[in-house]
Write a protein that binds this ligand. Structure first.
Ligand code: CAA
Length: 305
């Protein structure tokens, strides 16, 4: 190409650029060839890892049957939606038939198509029945999200035995009940992802929550021990500890009490349910294979340690 007598009337910048390129043509060619010869793109280790990463990010998870307990709550809903968007076949567990039915219809109207599994996670036998039905219909569960939980907040001097027990049964016993019925299939499959949804209040304590904090702290102790037991079997076990998220559970706190809590959060706001769901989906993926026994705090800086 004749740069000097270019037929198109180029602007001064383009003319200067073309002239510069022509002048330094040989040097540019040399720099380019040196770059490709010695750059890190050519290192075998880089190509190996980069190639693997790219390949993995393009692959769909093959172990994609995911059960979310307590799916009809705020966090559970966001988790189900995100997991389905990310290619998982989601089974949504619920306890109350009427609530479950209504929720299912709402989700369908939003374009989500979840399989539904009724079952009381506090009841070992009932969980066994539910898991057997799920397995018969969809195959073994690869991802278990232990999300179901309740609060019965009150200071210890007012707490009844049933308030204590209900919270321990729903938040902690449920984790054993569900895990116990899927773990053997996960071991046989040499793959599994167990994600336990704990709380910032299991990490730091909260006035009025001795029952809840005990259950949520216990959940992470469980995570750590189970993670060790199944580490060699392709199964990871992790805890997520959300802070105060904009769910019905948090909105049920008396307004003035809630406002005081929000004032203590460095980010000055409640978390979004989807901010928890993103991590659930990542931990559920095949890519998260080397993360186990961890406890992820997602609390807007409310508790740093
Ligand atoms: N620290 C110290 N003292 C406190 C206190 C606190 N944080 N909160 C209340 N008190 C004191 C009060 O000052 C009061 O003292 P006096 O009797 O001397 O006046 C006494 O304790 C009783 O307080 P209340 O009047 O508030 O008592 P209550 O029985 O009406 O309510 C409560 C108690 C239900 C626990 C209420 O304080 C509350 O709702 N607290 C918030 C609990 C909370 O954060 N729950 C989280 C729910 S969401 C969730 O759990 C999700 C998650 O994972 C984060």
């Amino acid at each position: 190409m004749n740069f000097h007598n270019h037929p198109i009337d180029l602007n001064p910048f383009t003319r200067v650029t073309i002239r510069t390129v022509k002048y330094y043509k040989k040097d540019i060619r040399l720099y380019c060839s040196l770059f490709f010869k010695y750059s890190f793109f050519r290192y075998p280790a880089f190509n190996y890892h980069y190639g693997k990463l790219r390949k993995n990010s393009m692959e769909k998870n093959t172990h994609n049957i995911a059960l979310v307990t307590g799916a009809t709550g705020g966090l559970g809903t966001a988790m189900c939606q995100k997991l389905q968007e990310d290619g998982f076949q989601v089974i949504a567990n619920y306890r109350n038939a009427e609530k479950g039915q209504k929720w299912h219809e709402e989700q369908k109207a939003k374009g989500y198509n979840f399989a539904m599994a009724q079952g009381d996670v506090t009841d070992f036998e009932d969980v066994g029945r539910m898991m057997a039905e799920i397995k018969a219909q969809y195959g073994p569960i690869s991802v278990l999200v232990n999300n179901a939980g309740i609060t019965r907040d009150t200071p210890i001097w007012k707490m009844t035995l049933s308030q204590w027990q209900e919270v321990i049964h729903s938040n902690l016993d449920s984790v054993f009940n569900c895990t116990r019925h899927v773990i053997e299939d996960m071991i046989a499959d040499q793959f599994g992802r167990i994600i336990n949804i704990s709380s910032v209040n299991g990490q730091r304590g909260q006035f009025g929550q001795t029952n809840y904090s005990a259950a949520k702290a216990g959940m992470h102790g469980y995570t750590k021990s189970l993670a060790m037991e199944v580490a060699k079997k392709g199964i990871t076990v992790n805890t997520i500890s959300p802070g105060y998220i904009g769910t019905d559970m948090v909105m049920a706190i008396r307004e003035e009490v809630r406002n005081k809590i929000v004032e203590q959060i460095p980010m000055g706001r409640l978390g979004g349910t989807e901010e928890i769901a993103y991590l659930v989906s990542f931990l559920a993926s095949e890519k998260a294979a080397y993360i186990t026994g961890a406890n992820y705090a997602i609390n807007g800086g409310q508790h740093v340690y």
